[in-house]
Ligand binder design. Structure first.
Ligand code: RP5
Length: 162
């Protein structure tokens, strides 16, 4: 099957924060296409990508940017696919990115996750949950991941044996 998730990040400097996103998608058996394009530096290319994303077969778009982070919002303005926004760490510890990504005007939603690596991981899981609504195999992999996570936390829940 072709890649179902399109990841766009604003700069190559976002890559270290985004590694958990690609790793989690892989763990959940989802292929992704990764593009580095900026809402400010390459706006035409961003719009071309988002306008064509649905007919290319993508089901979810994940957009990561930092600072005055308009990438997810611009993408959401030009597609009906669900857009997940990840605020990247920045000069203001990602708070600027968070507010720029989450504070969308009514009518143009961006599902915004946490700043940085936690958000990157969660964006992948959320994308799988969306795709899993129509793909039982993906939904089962998400369920297995969550069950394993629970077991792992419970297994480490005693600091010492009495
Ligand atoms: C944003 O500006 C990028 O997403 C990145 O988080 C930030 C800094 O980009 P560089 O100046 O490192 O390329 O557009």
């Amino acid at each position: 099957m072709e890649n179902q998730v399109l990841i766009v990040m604003g700069s190559r400097s976002d890559l270290p924060s985004m590694e958990p996103c690609m790793a989690m998608l892989k763990e959940l058996g989802l292929g992704c296409t990764v593009r580095i394009l900026s809402a400010h530096r390459t706006p035409e290319a961003v719009l071309e990508l988002s306008r064509n994303a649905m007919q290319e077969g993508y089901l979810v778009i994940i957009a990561a940017a930092g600072g005055a982070a308009h990438l997810a919002g611009v993408i959401a303005s030009s597609t009906v696919l669900p857009v997940i926004g990840i605020p990247m760490p920045s000069g203001l510890q990602g708070l600027d990115s968070l507010l720029s990504t989450v504070q969308m005007p009514g009518g143009v939603p961006v599902a915004t996750v946490a700043i940085g690596k936690s958000g990157a991981k969660n964006a992948a899981i959320l994308a799988a949950q969306i795709i899993g609504l129509k793909d039982t195999a993906v939904q089962e992999r998400v369920a297995a991941f969550k069950a394993a996570q629970k077991e792992s936390v419970l297994a480490g829940s005693y600091l010492e044996e009495a």
